[in-house]
Ligand binder design. Structure first.
Ligand code: ZN
Length: 164
């Protein structure tokens, strides 16, 4: 039997408590990171998010504001239904390193601050959906991803930025 150091034990205990309470990190739940498709058998109802990306997202949350998630993990079918394919592996949501967060509750200074913080923390993919009329503000979101964590041969590149 392997003996754990106190530090390791505390780490595993923390992860265990989070998992059993339905949380991936203190501020992000399994439920909000699940694939939003209609297939009850979708394998990504277990979102299996990239741990390093989730740490970055939690750090961003702690440094900024409440960040309601509109899309986390996606199965390949759902991803294809939403966005045109650039890659046979699907997009970065399929690879569990991406998250869309709603920013309709934030004014411009806060959105800019959020982008600055996300960049400082190391998010390497940024998509902005900030258009629309005032009544559509609730739909405004930022796509954040950590594609630099993926193997080079997956073909996502080290960084990306775009608008919707
Ligand atoms: Zn799905």
């Amino acid at each position: 039997m392997r003996l754990y150091t106190r530090r390791e034990f505390n780490k595993y205990l923390t992860i265990g408590i989070l998992m059993s309470s339905g949380l991936i990190t203190p501020h992000f739940s399994v439920a909000e990171m699940q694939c939003r498709c209609n297939n009850p058998n979708c394998e990504r109802k277990n979102p299996d998010m990239n741990g390093d990306m989730m740490k970055m997202l939690e750090e961003l949350r702690l440094a900024t504001f409440a960040l309601p998630v509109s899309s986390g993990a996606r199965c390949l079918d759902y991803d294809i239904s939403i966005s045109p394919k650039k890659n046979k592996l699907g997009g970065v949501h399929v690879q569990s390193v991406a998250c869309d967060v709603l920013v309709g509750h934030l004014g411009s200074p806060d959105v800019l601050n959020l982008i600055d913080r996300a960049r400082a923390i190391g998010f390497s993919g940024l998509g902005v959906a900030l258009g629309g009329k005032f009544k559509d503000r609730k739909k405004r979101f930022l796509h954040l991803d950590a594609r630099h964590l993926l193997p080079e041969d997956y073909g996502f590149g080290g960084s990306a930025v775009w608008s919707y």
